[in-house]
Design a protein around this ligand. Sequence first.
Ligand code: TXA
Ligand code: MG
Length: 317
Amino acid sequence: MKNIYSNIFSLNKKNLNNVISYLKKGDVVGLPTETVYGLAGNAFSKKAVNKIYKLKNRPKSNPLIVHFSDLKSAEKEVFLCNNFLKLYKKFSPGPITFVLNKKPQSKIQPQVTVNKKTVAIRFPRHPIIKSIFKKVDFPLAMPSANISSGVSPINAEHVYDEFKDKIKIIIDGGQSKIGLESTVIDLTGRPKILRPGVISSNNIRKVLKSKIYFGKKSSKLKSPGMLKKHYSPGIPMILNQRVFLTSHAFIIIGKNKFLKKNYFNLSFKADLKEAASKLYKIMRKIKKLKFKKIYVAKIPNKGVGIAINDRLKRAAN
Ligand code: TXA
Ligand code: MG
């Protein structure tokens, strides 16, 4: 399918081969995942990893997630603990990232883990990533495909808006189904959620049958995705609002009888999963429409709502 973008392609045999050859050369590509779109490069390649940091303007202190196709390839790089195996069995491939201890002989580039002994790993579920994994023998370092501290992209056009022609190929895999970044859980000590996601602490507790902790934002910065200012649309956001000015955008949830031009509904059914999948798209749209401020209604703080409120708070900071 032709489109107006010079570097957005659908996945056919030719484009798949191009992606593979870029990755093998240490180049980076934009890829769809079930959570958000990623900027992918060979996690064993210094050239690729440097490119990722440079393109994103990402602080060198913020480590990357390494994406694997299967347990066998992950086991070469990290120690797989019992808690990991239980959660892997239940939730992977899917929207969950595990922080584990790196093996001393690991080939993962030191910058990926910012020279730390731990590494975050994920097994994506998206069929396009799976077809790429069949053709490469290295894992993918893949942060969200946005300039650092901005809103994650959930379709190919969003990735183009971030990097324009600075990346040679973006594969169009449609809208990311989940629309929020993966849950990040640290399993190197007692289980601790560093970034909430659609797989909630309740879901995890049921599997591990133990208390689940939450990472403190202040103390040692374990996961800079926890940085206070993050996921920002670049205009002020004001949360938990009931009143608003008609000149500003208003993000709401649930049934609403007013259909106004400045109302953006995350889910008429007040379905929190649906709300999560629409949030970033709506934030980008509001910015494009040149609203100066975003007011946001109160979002229920349960289940997926916890992850939504986490992103909203950081975006509003
Ligand atoms: O859903 C996702 O996870 C997406 C898709 C593309 O896979 N990726 C993503 O990557 O959100 P990124 O780089 O935007 O966020 C990764 C988060 C950051 O908060 C980072 O600090 C944390 O994971 N992280 C990575 N390695 C870590 C480590 N060794 N210890 C603690 N946190 C880590
Ligand atoms: Mg990110």
